[in-house]
Design a protein around this ligand. Structure first.
Ligand code: UN1
Length: 518
């Protein structure tokens, strides 16, 4: 029997499906139905926000260390269910099982970090310019947070938002990718069983457009105080406009066209390994996936020859096996990616593949693991000869396609590494520290890798980008606390008289009992 999955509002399933249902199939075996999502609409979203609003104050009044215990419990439950959760992810979005396990581990790591943050959430004591007066800072929760996430990281990325948001005393409405409902349901049930009070967490299954309409109503009527969004730059812009007119700043984690620069002194085999995982891991469906290799003229041909061998030898196919990548997440992702193949121009040369586009019996790939016709598998594609003027140079293709461009001097390399307008992740392969620090200083990206993949950030460093990749907000570690709390400043005057800041400071200095140093 097909699993029916619905929104969860105020701790209860919302089984009405005002926007119909969505049947989700295993992208590696399209005949296999995974689940059926009962889709909510804009009104569902608004009701969820009302429920969150009603629960938020009481949750904020729970001592932070106690909120931390709920996060700790959630982490334990996820750990106990690591394998089954990983299998659901692999079955629903086709992520290779080792990567799915790593993704679940990222949730556990995030919980580990924030469980003890409940015993910190430090504020400061600050000296006053006046005697008998003390200044303090406190972190206060923002209120109700709406978190909207994509399906390529269906549990890790949601945890980056939900865990700190809850720990900080916010109530949340989570809109997961509606095309990954089984994973969302498993994640939501583990969270609810961690002991959150009713109404502190809701999940809404809805399309992007219904969500946007509901979010607009909720923000405009004061029901939502903060938005966290991971997804496309275009949608991020719309959310940014909506929040901006309500004087809110969202946490936006958008696309990338992440460069990997190879200097002439690089360890080329290491660079090939890094480019292979950056470009083709998760079938290129990460915001941190490699967009363009920017390689020095002197090593271009050598790099490309080695990369070509590695891409041809890579195992692709059944994601329950040990493969570099499995299928595209779903038909929408596969079709959009195939559309981007049109960006390949006559001046480009295509490498690394025996075919372009969908892998099938008619367009086979040697060494394919399993049956390509059963799922949404596409060939890996390396496109050489990319120039700064090409659409391919500035378009995020969100699939297994890597561009290759060349450069002569360092300045030219930097211009290519920044010129696409995104600024999420960037990598350099070199043995020279001078190159490393010059690159770090001049790259516009929020995250820099040295002799490492553009993808695969650890769960406790600031994650986020600039330019078309985001509005400068950062997730993870202590940095995300600034997204889900606001600073409150307090001053306490115990002098027994009205001391005026700035104005009375001169009197203090003139007091005969007071000596300025020097
Ligand atoms: C994303 O694709 O939205 O750094 C996030 C990485 C992963 C997260 C990617 N840990 O590649």
């Amino acid at each position: 029997m097909t699993q029916l999955i619905s929104s969860l509002i105020g701790g209860r399933s919302d089984t009405a499906a005002p926007a119909g249902t969505l049947t989700v199939t295993n992208p590696a075996r399209l005949v296999e139905v995974v689940a059926e999502a009962l889709l909510g609409d804009a009104d569902t979203f608004v009701r969820a926000a009302i429920s969150a609003r009603a629960a938020q104050r009481d949750w904020a009044a729970v001592p932070a260390p106690v909120r931390g215990r709920a996060i700790q419990q959630f982490g334990r439950l996820v750990e106990d269910n690591l394998e089954s959760l990983a299998r659901v992810i692999t079955r629903e979005i086709g992520k290779p099982i080792r990567e799915s396990r790593g993704e679940v581990q990222e949730v556990i790591d995030t919980c580990t970090f924030f469980a003890s943050e409940g015993r910190r959430l430090y504020g400061q004591t600050v000296p006053s310019e006046l005697p008998d007066k003390q200044l303090f800072t406190f972190r206060v929760p923002v209120g109700v947070a709406a978190i909207i996430t994509a399906g390529n990281f269906p549990v890790a990325v949601p945890s980056w938002y939900l865990v700190p948001a809850l720990l900080c005393g916010n109530a949340v409405v989570w809109k997961p990718a509606e095309y990954a409902p089984a994973t969302a349901e498993a994640f939501a049930q583990l969270l609810l069983h961690a002991g959150l009070p009713t109404g502190v967490f809701q999940m809404v299954l809805a399309s992007g457009e219904e969500t946007f309409t509901g979010l607009t109503q909720a923000i405009d009527s004061g029901l939502v105080d903060k938005v966290g969004f991971t997804g496309s730059t275009d949608v991020g812009r719309r959310i940014g406009e909506l929040c901006g007119r309500n004087l809110q700043s969202p946490c936006l984690e958008l696309g990338g066209k992440n460069p990997l620069v190879i200097m002439p002194d690089a360890d080329l085999d290491l660079a090939v390994e890094g480019a292979l995982f950056s470009g083709f891991g998760t079938a290129g469906q990460r915001c941190t996936s490699l967009g363009t290799v920017i390689v020095h003229y002197d090593v271009h041909d050598d790099f490309l020859a080695r990369f070509d061998v590695a891409v041809r030898a890579a195992t692709i196919g059944d994601p329950t096996q040990d493969v570099l990548y499995g299928p595209m997440i779903n038909a929408r992702f596969a079709e959009r990616f195939e559309g981007w193949l049109e960006l390949i121009r006559p001046h480009h040369t295509v490498h690394g593949s025996t075919g372009l586009g969908r892998i099938s019996d008619a367009n086979p790939r040697e060494g394919f693991v399993g049956d390509p016709a059963a799922g949404l598998f596409v060939h890996p594609t390396v496109v050489d000869g990319v120039l700064a003027g090409d659409d391919l140079y500035r378009t995020e293709t969100f699939g297994p396609m890597v561009g290759v461009a060349r450069f002569g001097d360092f300045d030219e390399g930097m211009t290519l590494a920044n010129g696409h307008g995104y600024g999420l992740s960037a990598s350099i392969y070199t043995r020279d520290p001078l190159n490393v620090f010059r690159f770090r200083e001049r790259i516009d990206a929020g995250m820099v890798s040295v002799n490492n993949s553009t993808s695969g950030a650890e769960a406790h460093l600031p994650f986020g980008g600039n330019g078309k990749s985001g509005n400068g907000s950062r997730q993870s570690g202590i940095w995300v606390l600034d997204q889900f709390t606001r600073w409150q400043a307090m001053n306490w005057d115990y002098s027994g008289r009205l001391q005026k800041a700035q104005m009375d400071v001169a009197d203090v200095a003139a007091d005969p009992g007071f000596r300025l140093p020097g």
